[in-house]
Design a protein around this ligand. Structure first.
Ligand SMILES: Nc1ncnc2c1ncn2[C@@H]1O[C@H](COP(=O)(O)OP(=O)(O)O)[C@@H](O)[C@H]1O
Ligand SMILES: [Mg+2]
Length: 236
């Protein structure tokens, strides 16, 4: 199958000052197949965040190309990149970044308001997304009244609300204990395999990467291994 996302010869150099440069990524090539859960694994400092930011058009590479859904996205204007991030991709971060004064429902609904979704659609879709992530009973709680795992689920509901094709998640389980992290990973698997989303995430946790379909290993800014896990989803 055609990859939904492709990185071709990506490098990223950070200039610290006149004398110092950091080569955070060196000649990265990768392909993300659609409807899969793909992980970038590696130690702290290996380049995971730099790479995910470039794949998600939050940052530009020093050289190389990112092709998303058949289109080159590395040369977009800021406005074009904003539009892409609004409608076709979304992000989930380790620090959840929900609006603390809004309930779970309002946080999700607000994300839809930002893209101009009609009012009539917003309510039903926000509820549907919160139900999808298992929060039907917590919809009207504020983030401060939810556990870390529940807050991450709200962030995921918010990320799927506008029906993106791709979700990027940078260390989405790092702040969670192992059982809670595994439950989030199970949800990601379901979203990829049942809801037609592609998910690209990062982690340094072996337990979490075992749940992913494709594992890219990063070391010192380079991909040193690609492997596929063949896990059968449990029957309901
Ligand atoms: N904005 C930046 N300016 C300078 N160096 C950076 C910047 N962002 C990341 N780096 C450097 O790039 C390398 C990769 O960092 P990062 O992508 O954050 O790794 P990871 O997410 O795997 O921990 C590190 O050496 C880091 O210090
Ligand atoms: Mg990082």
């Amino acid at each position: 199958m055609e990859p939904i996302l492709k990185a071709v010869d990506i490098s990223r150099v950070f200039k610290i000052n006149d004398k110092t440069e950091v080569h955070a990524l060196k000649s990265i090539n990768l392909e993300v197949p659609p409807d899969k859960l793909v992980v970038l694994r590696g130690r702290s400092g290996s380049g995971k965040t730099t790479l995910i930011n470039i794949l998600g058009a939050l940052d530009r590479p020093t050289s190389g190309e990112v092709i998303f859904d058949g289109k080159e996205i590395t040369a977009l204007t800021d406005a074009q990149a904003d539009k892409l991030r609004r409608y076709e991709m979304s992000f989930v971060f380790q620090s959840v970044a929900l609006i603390p004064t809004m309930t779970a429902y309002e946080n999700v609904e607000f994300a839809m308001r930002l893209v101009g979704a009609p009012r009539s659609e917003r309510a039903a879709r926000a509820k549907e997304c919160l139900i999808r992530v298992g929060l039907e009973k917590r919809m009207h709680h504020r983030p401060g009244e939810l556990s870390g795992g529940e807050q991450q689920r709200v962030a995921i509901a918010r990320a799927i609300a506008n029906r993106p094709k791709l979700i990027f998640a940078d260390e989405p389980t790092a702040a969670l204990d192992t059982p809670t992290g595994l439950a989030v990973m199970n949800l990601f698997r379901e979203l990829a395999h049942e809801d037609g989303l592609t998910i690209v995430m990062t982690t340094h946790d072996t337990t979490m990467m075992e749940m992913c379909d494709v594992v890219y290993t990063l070391e010192d800014g380079e991909i040193t291994d690609v492997s596929e896990n063949d896990i059968t989803d449990k029957e309901e």
